[in-house]
Design a protein around this ligand. Structure first.
Ligand code: URA
Length: 437
């Protein structure tokens, strides 16, 4: 087999066989297929797509490109969660310790920032010393002891996705349904959880801008997971504005800490409660959704969820005093308000652009090797439906490089749209797709 022929076939709209996909993933993971050929293949897939059969074969090839964790040493039904990616999406930071606080084993595998969206691992690295490079033994021990562990892909879990993820991040090849489905589900299958809750984002800040595409992605992932014997639910949620107010790694950690202490933005809290309810019921921690939600609310409001978060940071090498005193987290030296260029009700926020402004400030990667600045980002002051007077602050930019402020400020003001009329609330949860088990 040769990669050149496969690229040309895919470019012309042909399908790849299971053997070809297995060969391609095996040889890319081992370094025999170079990045430039894989980039061409990813771009061809972006243009012509993959069949359901190819997507399933790609997922399984990536899931088996390294170790598949055997979590049978963990007692109980292990749950995992994954988001398809959004702007200001700090859900996992709150959700994982919250669900663990009910005694549910949360065995989670996370990723780094991708394209204009942030990643849980980058966010967690705002805590000095924090590591997601857990050996399988450490991962299992932590879940058994404190009910939660979050690993990156360093423990030889789905290494093909690790390489492809970093490549897609910098080659404009993220927003393709089969590539997203296989990336997410390969990690979920390799990390061995019994039940998986997927947060499929839709809207301007998501990779799937249209609800119909988000629905197709959700169905594809639920179907792959079900075939592999997992209990999977996909919640389709709104990403037509950032989740919460903070966008940027350490800024999002601070907002997550507020939420874990029973404060925090209403949309983030609601999303966490909806996803958490599914996770708790699947794991058998509550008999029905109403009881699960009540237990989760109590845990947020009593500080129980926060105390599990603190333990989790410490167990993975992070400094827990930064959780107690979030002002010790990385803080950018420059903070500048963005005045509203107009008056009226906010009718739209160009959410992908907010994510891109965060990248401009240094909050994401431009090349596979570039470091990220954990301190930078944006804190919105106004969201959809809010009223703004001309000159009133729309947002505050946090920057490490003052020379970036004028461009960031101009683009941020232009990302807001105004209407003279009050706006209707947009539903946060759009649809639920379940494996029906
Ligand atoms: N999250 C992932 O893990 N992979 C993608 O491709 C998109 C979001």
């Amino acid at each position: 087999m040769n990669m050149y022929d496969l690229i040309v076939r895919k470019k012309r709209g042909g399908a790849l066989t299971k053997e070809e996909i297995d060969w391609m993933i095996r040889n890319y993971t081992s370094g025999k297929i170079p990045d430039y050929q894989m980039s061409a293949m990813m771009m061809a897939i972006c243009f012509v797509g993959m069949t359901d059969e190819e997507t399933k074969d790609l997922t399984l090839a990536m899931a088996h490109s390294g170790d598949v964790l055997d979590l049978s040493a963990i007692h109980g039904i292990k749950v995992d969660k994954h988001s398809t990616g959004g702007v200001g999406d700090k859900t996992s930071l709150v959700l994982a310790p919250l669900v663990a606080s009910l005694g549910v084993p949360v065995a989670k595998m996370s990723g780094r920032g991708l394209g204009h969206t942030g990643g849980t691992i980058d966010k967690l690295e705002s805590f000095s010393g924090f590591s997601t490079s857990l050996s399988p033994e450490e991962f299992i021990r932590n879940v058994n002891q404190i009910h939660i562990a979050i690993a990156g892909q360093t423990a030889n879990l789905a290494p093909a996705d690790k390489k492809l993820y970093a490549l897609r991040d910098v080659t404009g090849t993220v927003d393709q349904m089969s590539l997203i489905a296989s990336s997410i589900m390969s990690k979920k299958l390799a990390s061995g959880a019994d039940a998986i809750v997927l947060d499929v984002k839709t809207g301007d800040g998501a990779f799937m801008k249209e609800l119909s595409d988000a629905r197709a992605l959700a169905r594809e992932m639920v179907s792959i997971g079900t075939l592999a014997g997992k209990d999977v639910t996909a919640v389709i949620s709104d990403m037509d504005q950032p989740l919460g107010y903070a966008v940027g790694n350490a800024l999002e950690v601070k907002e997550a800490i507020d939420t874990l202490k029973g404060q925090g933005p209403a949309d983030l809290r609601e999303l966490v409660l909806v996803l958490g309810t599914y996770m708790a019921v699947k794991a058998g921690a509550a008999a029905d959704p109403e009881t699960a939600r009540k237990l989760l609310e109590e845990s947020l409001d009593s500080g129980k969820a926060f105390s599990v978060f603190r333990q989790f940071i410490q167990a993975q090498g992070g400094n827990p005093s930064q959780a107690d005193q979030p002002e010790l987290l990385p803080l950018a030296p420059y903070q500048e308000e963005v005045p509203s260029p107009a008056g009226g009700y906010i009718s739209d926020i160009h959410t992908e652009e907010i994510g891109r402004i965060c990248l401009l400030l240094g909050g994401g990667r431009r090349t596979k090797e570039s470091p990220i600045d954990l301190s930078v980002g944006i804190v919105l002051k106004k969201k959809k439906g809010d009223k703004a007077a001309p000159g009133e602050a729309l947002a505050v930019i946090h920057a490490s490089d003052a020379s970036l402020l004028p461009e960031a400020s101009r683009r941020l003001a232009a990302a807001y749209e105004f209407s003279p009329d009050p706006q209707q609330d947009i539903p946060l949860i759009k649809e639920i797709i379940d494996s029906g088990r």
